[in-house]
Design a protein around this ligand. Structure first.
Ligand code: SF4
Length: 246
């Protein structure tokens, strides 16, 4: 999980946000806008693939999705939410029972502890309502910036750009950033797009990463971004890279 961003004046000068908003190269801006436009055409309305019926359930499912596929999480959550559908119910759950229910998602002991801890915090500190401010969300057990931004964009319809492994990889392949640190990637991407597009851009990039731009075997031959992607393995992409190198 990702940490919080320092907000003290002394650090603000060198914070990822400050660096990212300094200046975005016009070529990169043009490419980012073209990427977003094409992804909108390809994937339409963005979809969150984690099954949920409330902010609490999406928060729980997102905590479970760490190092695990959404498909696996969706196999586990029906039984979990049948027994513990709300923060109130989960806050008084026996951790060992939660462990049993989430075992197949991996790291189950930590995840179960975080689910119950998160629910207790929601009950005790936020009156039973999952908060929407990122500063509050990241204080909950098991919740980092990525998870907080999922909640903000999917449930609360607020600006939030979750950077997971797909978003990081594709942003670098598409030449939108060189950063490896997810928080720095998030701030760089935020500076390129209208806040209303942050969540949708992330969700669509995740879909593209899963379906086309695989970590090990990107399918550049069928990718609809190949002609504008500096990492394309198609002749056009290679040509561009060769020209750049000269
Ligand atoms: S062209 Fe290849 S590397 Fe670039 S986004 Fe498409 S699949 Fe990924």
């Amino acid at each position: 999980m990702f940490g919080t961003v320092a907000t003290t004046p002394a650090r603000a000068k060198t914070s990822p946000k400050a660096n990212a908003t300094k200046k975005v190269n016009q070529k990169i801006l043009d490419r980012s806008s073209e990427v977003l436009s094409r992804l909108k055409t390809i994937y339409g309305a963005p979809i969150c693939e984690l099954t949920h019926e409330s902010a609490f359930q999406l928060l729980s499912a997102t905590i479970l999705s760490a190092q695990c596929t959404d498909a696996r999480v969706n196999m586990v959550t029906p039984a979990l939410f049948a027994e513990f559908p709300t923060a109130q119910k989960m806050s008084v759950a026996d951790v060992s029972r939660v462990e049993e229910l989430v075992r197949s998602t991996g790291f189950y002991a930590t995840k179960a502890k975080n689910l119950v801890g998160m629910a207790r915090n929601v009950m005790e500190r936020f009156g039973g309502e999952v908060p929407s401010a990122i500063e509050d969300l990241v204080t909950l057990p098991g919740v980092g910036r990525k998870t907080a931004n999922v909640l903000r964009s999917v449930v609360f319809d607020l600006p939030g750009l979750p950077v997971d492994t797909h978003v990081g990889r594709l942003s670098r392949r598409l030449g939108l950033t060189k950063e490896e640190d997810p928080v720095k990637v998030e701030y760089e991407l935020n500076a390129m797009f209208d806040p209303k597009d942050w969540g949708g851009f992330s969700l669509r990039l995740i879909l593209h990463g899963r379906r086309v731009c695989d970590a090990k075997k990107p399918k550049c031959d069928v990718c609809e971004l190949a002609d504008i992607c500096p990492s394309s393995e198609m002749p056009y992409g290679k040509l561009k890279q060769t020209k750049k190198a000269k």
